[in-house]
Write a protein that binds this ligand. Structure first.
Ligand code: KIV
Length: 265
């Protein structure tokens, strides 16, 4: 799989392909390196606020944080296309403000594209960006940055509205659209109704691709804790980290670490 670095036009051309697009979030260079050969897109999501910094929503994440993590991931990725989220309050005010934020992200990270949340109401901004050289991935359905007005993390099912949102983004030049927390019939209607790939998270198999938050997929949260039904855990790293830390503590306390072979003589 290594070799060609993927670009927004190559991703857009995968619409309706037999093989779905694979997207995962990545926030650090070592994780980006491990995912690079397997994912088509690495998303430096503003979920970094919750996954890495322990915030209770994505709202406090700022542009400097996105740039720092975006730079680390973009430097590490060779094949996968890197997309960086524009965080809350860095693009809503005006298309001009959105352009300044997006330009900073592209210039300072070396990523391929930005992602922003919102449907028809963001179409003018998406057009402003794409006409000025900024590739944009859209994001509709459940919008974590609007969790306050949505009254929580609620699954969306209004197919007509979602389709109108996706079409507005497509016409504005978005090269792909994330569908988050969308019921299957609505996801199918949107996927069949637009010519750009849809990438689902909690949006069923009726999408052109799938994305998960890497930390959820790796089981980096305690296994008994709350977990959305769409998260499949492919590892249980939280338990492994705990077990490794317990073993290290045991070894240090028993003076069996470091051993002779782990010392300089
Ligand atoms: O920030 C993020 O991780 C995202 C995904 C949920 C798509 O936007």
């Amino acid at each position: 799989m290594a070799g060609i670095a993927l670009t927004p036009p190559l991703i857009r051309a995968r619409k309706g392909a037999a093989e779905p697009l694979v997207m995962l979030t990545a926030y650090t260079a070592p994780v980006a390196r491990a995912l690079d050969a397997h994912a088509d897109i690495l998303l430096v999501g503003d979920s970094v606020g919750m996954a890495v910094y322990g915030m209770d929503s994505t709202l406090p994440v700022d542009l400097a944080t996105m740039i720092r993590h975006g730079r680390a991931v973009a430097a590490a990725a060779e094949r996968a296309m890197v997309v960086v989220d524009l965080p809350f309050a860095t693009y809503h005010e005006s298309p001009q403000k959105a352009f300044r934020s997006a330009a900073k992200v592209l210039q300072k990270t070396g990523c391929a594209a930005v992602k922003l949340e919102g449907g028809a109401e963001m179409a003018e901004t998406v057009a402003f960006l794409t006409q000025r050289g900024v590739p944009v991935m859209g994001h509709i359905g459940l919008l974590p940055q609007s969790v306050r007005v949505m009254g929580g993390y609620k699954v969306q099912g209004d197919a007509a509205r979602l389709l109108a949102d996706a079409r507005a983004l497509e016409q504005a030049g978005a090269f792909a659209v994330v569908l988050e927390g969308v019921k299957e019939p609505a996801a199918r209607a949107v996927t069949e109704g637009v010519a750009v790939p849809t990438i689902g998270i909690g949006a069923s198999a009726a999408c052109d691709g799938q994305v998960l938050v890497c930390d959820d997929m790796l089981g980096l949260t305690p296994s008994g804790g709350p977990r959305p039904r769409f998260v499949r855990r492919y590892a249980d790293l939280y338990a492994q980290v705990e077990a490794a830390a317990a073993q290290f503590a045991t070894d240090v306390r028993a003076r069996t670490f470091p051993g002779q072979g782990e010392a300089y003589h």
